[in-house]
Structures are given as C-alpha cells and as structure tokens.
Design a protein around this ligand. Structure first.
Ligand SMILES: [Zn+2]
Length: 268
C-alpha cells in the first residue's frame, strides 16, 4: 500500500511538492518490512489523514495506490476541518438560493443554508474516515477457506459530476486466506467509500481493493447496482434504468466457477 499526497486543483506549486512527496512515499512503502493493515503501524495514516494541511490551509488529499493503479482515497477531512468549513459552505448555499431565483430571507429558507451545509457534510462523511480505522480492530486469524458474501448492502452516494444522489445496493464476496474481517466492517467499508463524491465504477473498485488491502484474501468480488438521479431527473430521464458495475480480483477473476458461484449467491 502506498500513500501519497495528491494534487490540490488550484496550486501548481503544491502539486509539484506533492509529486516529490509521492515519489518518496512510494519508495518508503515498497519497504518489505512494512506491517500489513490491521497491525499497529498507523503512523503514515495519522500523519497524512489526521489533520495535516497544505500551506493553503486545505487538508491534503491522501491516497492509497494499489498495484492495480486504482486510488483508494483515504481520509482528507477531520471533524475540526468540517466544522471550520461550515460557514463558507452556508454562504455558498445562500448564493445558490439567490441564483435559482429564490429569496434567501423568506421564512422557509432562513435556515436552509445551514441545514443544506450540514446535510452535504453528512453525505460526504466518508472523507472523515480511513480504511485503517475502519478495519483495524476486526481482522481475525481464521483457518477458513469458504466464500463469505454480504449481500444487498444499501448504498447512498453522490455522483461527482452533478452532485445528485445515486442509490442502490452492493454485494461483496471474498475467499479468505487465513484472515477474516468482521462482517459489519464490510458494510462500513461500503459506507466509507459511498459517502464521498463518486462515480459508480470507482466506488466498486475501491471497495474491492480496500477489502483486498485489509485481509489479503484469495479473491474479492463486488457487484454494484444503482439508479442515478442525474439520469432519472435530468438528461435521458429514464426512470427504471439501473447501472451495474462489478470488480473481480484474484480467484474471482481467474476462475469462472468461483465467479459463477458468487454471482448466483449474490443474486439470491
Ligand atoms: Zn451524474
């Protein structure tokens, strides 16, 4: 697992610093002596995910890059940072109300900027969590090699292109390799990645990769089915269209029979 500081969109200087940081961190994390997730080595995460800030006063974007080149974005917001950001966000919602042709001072809208800001912070609370914290006390050594499936985990996320919801369900399966993860933690991983700005394809991969990072199973399978409000309420306005994405790793990718078993069980 490698952790790097990604670029902030508004600063080339910070970006270049981050590229240098990325290179050194990738080197640091190729150290074979590094402990796997679930053990006590969380210094990297606490340095970057806990509350470090760039010189522009923004939290750094911390990423876990897998060997498959898919980023697992880790914690980029602390509770303090969320609270500090609320007034700016409320002001922005005030502007949005005026912009749509409303009168922000009318009674029904007086508290709307505050409510909307808090709601958006809740919808994106996944930025306040990281994988290490979510799974660290729930990884167990177990000599089990039977498929584990958690089916139909509810999913509420926000499309990063339109900031409108997509909702659906996710089924996650894995084939253990000497370690199992507490079952509720699979739902927590889904929650952590879905409560961010997302595209469904990336969400599906992040969940699979996170589980893979956490317990190094023989394989992971994730299937996600969701309805996107940006397709239902605007654009093509297709009420019943569903988008299905999947990510298969390890034996689920290599062995059609294992994959088929998962898909049958996941369908119910
Ligand atoms: Zn969208």
């Amino acid at each position: 697992m490698s952790i790097v500081n990604g670029p902030t969109p508004d600063s080339d200087e910070t970006f270049l610093d981050d590229v240098a940081s990325l290179k050194s961190r990738v080197r640091a994390h190729t150290d074979p002596g590094r402990k796997p997730l679930g053990q006590d080595d969380n210094t990297e995460e606490s340095q970057d995910g806990g509350g470090g800030r760039t010189r522009r006063g923004r939290p750094p974007l911390t990423r876990v890059q897998s060997s498959r080149d898919i980023d697992i974005v880790e914690r980029t917001r602390s509770v303090d940072e969320m609270n500090r950001a609320l007034p700016d966000m409320e002001a922005a919602y005030h502007t949005i109300l005026s912009s749509v042709g409303e009168e922000p001072a009318r009674q029904g809208l007086l508290k709307t900027p505050s409510r909307a800001a808090k709601a958006l912070m809740f919808f994106t609370k996944g930025y306040q969590e990281d994988l290490h914290e979510v799974v660290s006390d729930a990884i167990f050594d177990e000599d089990c090699d039977e498929m584990v499936i958690v089916r139909d985990i509810e999913l509420f996320s926000l499309c990063e292109h339109h900031l409108v919801p997509f909702i659906g369900k996710i089924s996650v399966g894995y084939l253990p390799n000497k370690k199992v993860l507490g079952l509720s933690k699979i739902a927590r991983i889904v929650e952590m990645y879905s409560r961010r700005l997302q595209v469904q394809e990336r969400l599906t991969k992040q969940i699979a990769l996170a589980l893979s990072e956490a317990i190094q199973p023989a394989g992971v399978a994730v299937v996600c089915e969701a309805t996107h409000m940006c397709m239902v309420m605007r654009g093509v306005q297709k009420l019943n269209s569903k988008t299905v994405t999947s990510c298969m790793l390890g034996v689920f990718r290599e062995d059609p029979k294992t994959r088929e078993e998962f898909l049958t069980l996941a369908r119910g």
